[in-house]
Every structure is written in structure tokens, then in C-alpha cells.
Write a protein that binds this ligand. Structure first.
Ligand SMILES: NC(=O)c1ccc[n+]([C@@H]2O[C@H](COP(=O)([O-])OP(=O)(O)OC[C@H]3O[C@@H](n4cnc5c(N)ncnc54)[C@H](O)[C@@H]3O)[C@@H](O)[C@H]2O)c1
Length: 340
């Protein structure tokens, strides 16, 4: 097998690339290195083994086309993207050009050169907008009264915020190129993916970001409180990146059945957590006090999103394996190693 990973120097991409390089697969990475930490991830991958790196921008159709033509992969993981809702509010055009435009550039190149290739796209739970759930407000979290197994793919699409629109447009183009042009595309709608090599920021990668805050409090208990948006009771399901890797490989393996389909992919109900529950866990684990200050809610911040993985289990034979406790431990170990 040969693989092209757009955004392969990012968090998810570098973890998938490392796995494939270790297996001795032929890997090409396409990345413009715009993300904080992308250059560090590239250096880390270079220390692991052989692969091809193309420094290119998905917004440029010629660079995207050349990457597809030169690498001619059997499978593509399309992960290059503008990843933060907040950034999309500041620069909606740039967000659109990267997420929607970059995806069209990739799809057109695949259609022209390698229509048989499997193409897996990292979409977002944001395509569902503010879900109409009947929520109970508990002490540490919101809990839905009407969806015990999480959100399935039948939830209505409802694009909100520029990020939701651009990811949603790319998501729909992916599915449409399967219908209209016979491409072998698959869409994964993710909520929270976490793990090592995520250079988390205040705007993106909340598990990694708050683990870092916890480690800083451990070093300096008197530091200024950090900030959170909203009341901290918002819930997501945590999917460790090792489970994410297995999911992408399962899509390629089962491409005949999965082509043209969108899947909600997450850690599932047993791996769901609110910000306040994460803080309580970190306080117990590290013996610290997570002192924070509240800011207003972010636009379109779902109070609850947990993926129902039933369709992925049925079609891809996939289910998450790592518990949230094990995964958070992994993030703490990785973050600690970064800060020494
Ligand atoms: N991490 C999550 O929790 C999560 C949740 C939902 C969806 N996703 C999606 O998964 C994908 C990967 O996420 P991630 O967390 O690894 O993000 P990331 O920011 O770590 O990685 C994205 C990579 O894409 C590169 N990139 C950005 N714009 C580019 C462009 N125009 N051309 C080429 N390369 C470009 C960046 O340099 C970076 O290396 C993204 O599309 C993201 O929207 C991630």
C-alpha cells in the first residue's frame, strides 16, 4: 500500500504517518507547516524512518495536483485544514479556502489521476450545529435525557460558524464525489481527538491544553488562574489517537462497503467527559487545585456531543479501545516530556 497524508505533520497526521512508517509502508506527507509544532513533528518523523515530504499548500490546485500525480497513492488521508472555530471567525475567507477549497483541489486531482484510490476525510461534529437535545444540568456536566447512546448520523446537518460551514461543505463534497464521480470517499465526523504530538492551544485541543495547565499549576501552584469558555459542563467524548489510527486503516480495508458514507467517530459514551470532570480528574491525579476564571460561551459550543459509533462498528468493524483515564495519562506523560 502507498499513502498520501495531507496535513501529515499535524497531530493526527503525524501519528498515522509514524504508524505507517514503522510498518514499512510507502508514505508521502503533504503539509504547509503552518501549524505550531508541525516542524517539530516533521523532525520527529524523520527520526523514525523513510518517507517523502512535500512542502505544499492545499489551497494551490497545482501543488495539490502535483502531489497526487507524483505520489499516486492507493489511499489518501485528508487531514490538512484550518482547525479552530475561533480562527474561522477572524478570517472566514481563509478558513473557507483551506477547508472547502483545499478539499475540492484534492478531489479534482484524485478524479483526474487516481479515481480508484480510497480517500478518507476528517470532518467535524460541528456539521450538526446546536443539537436539539433535552439536557439535564448536573453538578459537573450536561446529560441528555433523550439519547442514551450518543448522536448518530441521522442527526440533521446544521452548519453554524464559518468553521462549521467550511468543514460541512468539504464533508458534503466528499460524499458528492462518491455519488457523482464514483470516487471512493469516506467521511469521519470527529469531536475530540487527543494524545501525544498535539501541540494544543487555547483554541484547539482542549484535553491537551488543560493537561498543560495542570502541569504548570503543579510547577507553580500560585500562578494566575487559566480561563475557560462557558460553564465547563459541556461534554465531549474523548477518542485517543491510537484508536483514530485504527479507524482510518479500517476505512481503507473496508472501502468497498464504506465508500460514500459518513460516520460519527468518537470515544463513545463511556469515554465522555466535561471540562469540570477533566479538572476533577487532574486534581485527584496530581494533587493540585485547578483554579480557573470563566469567559462567555463560544459561539455554537455544543453543550453535549458524544458520537454513537454503532455504524462504524457495523461497517468498519471498529470500536475505540483506550479508556479516557489511560489516554489522559498518555497526554500527561507526553506533555511533561515536552516541557523539560
Ligand atoms: N484534533 C481534533 O480533535 C479534531 C476534531 C475534529 C476534526 N478534526 C480534523 O482533523 C484534521 C486533523 O486535525 P489535527 O488535530 O491533526 O490538526 P493539526 O492542526 O494538528 O494538523 C493539520 C495540519 O494541516 C496543515 N495545514 C493546514 N493548512 C494547510 C494547507 N492549506 N495546506 C497544507 N497543509 C495545511 C498544518 O500545518 C498541520 O500540520 C483537521 O482537518 C481537523 O479539522 C480534528
Amino acid at each position: 500500500m502507498s499513502y498520501l497524508i495531507t496535513g501529515g505533520c499535524g497531530f493526527v497526521g503525524s501519528n498515522i504517518a509514524a504508524h505507517l512508517i514503522a510498518r514499512g509502508e510507502e508514505v508521502t506527507i503533504f503539509d504547509n507547516l503552518s501549524r505550531t509544532g508541525a516542524t517539530l513533528n516533521l523532525g520527529w518523523l524523520e527520526s523514525l524512518g523513510k518517507f517523502s515530504f512535500i512542502h505544499g499548500d492545499s489551497r494551490n490546485p497545482f501543488e495539490m495536483e502535483a502531489a497526487v500525480r507524483r505520489s499516486r497513492p492507493s489511499a489518501i488521508f485528508h487531514l490538512a485544514g484550518q482547525v479552530a472555530m475561533t480562527t474561522s471567525m477572524q478570517a472566514p475567507r481563509r478558513d473557507f479556502e483551506i477547508n472547502a477549497g483545499g478539499t475540492i483541489n484534492l478531489l479534482e486531482s484524485v478524479k483526474q489521476h487516481i479515481p480508484e484510490a480510497a480517500v478518507v476525510y476528517a470532518s467535524s461534529n460541528k456539521v450538526y450545529g446546536d443539537l436539539p437535545l433535552d439536557l439535564e444540568e448536573c453538578a459537573l456536566r450536561y446529560q441528555p435525557r433523550n439519547c442514551p447512546d450518543g448522536i448518530g448520523e441521522a442527526a440533521p446537518l446544521n452548519f453554524q460558524t464559518p468553521y462549521g460551514c467550511s468543514k460541512g461543505a468539504a464533508d458534503q463534497y466528499m460524499l458528492d464525489y462518491a455519488r457523482g464521480f464514483g470516487l471512493n470517499t469516506v467521511v469521519f465526523r470527529h469531536s475530540t481527538i487527543y494524545g501525544g504530538r498535539q501541540f494544543a492551544t487555547y483554541d484547539q485541543g482542549w484535553v491537551g491544553w488543560f493537561c498543560r495547565q495542570a502541569l504548570e499549576i503543579l510547577r507553580d501552584p500560585a500562578r494566575e488562574p487559566f480561563t475557560i469558555s462557558g460553564d465547563g459542563k459541556q461534554v465531549r467524548d474523548l477518542l485517543h489517537v491510537s484508536d483514530t489510527i485504527r479507524c482510518y486503516l479500517a476505512a481503507v480495508e473496508h472501502i468497498a462497503a464504506a465508500r460514500g458514507m459518513a460516520f460519527n467517530i468518537g470515544g463513545g459514551m463511556s469515554n465522555s467527559m466535561s471540562l469540570l470532570e477533566l479538572f476533577a480528574h487532574l486534581e485527584r491525579r496530581l494533587g493540585i487545585k485547578m483554579a480557573y476564571r470563566r469567559l462567555p460561551w463560544r459561539l455554537s459550543d455544543q453543550r453535549f456531543f458524544v458520537a454513537n459509533n454503532a455504524l462504524a462498528a457495523k461497517v468498519l468493524g471498529w470500536a475505540p479501545a483506550m479508556s479516557k483515564e489511560e489516554g489522559i495519562e498518555d497526554v500527561l506523560v507526553w506533555s511533561q516530556a515536552q516541557s523539560v
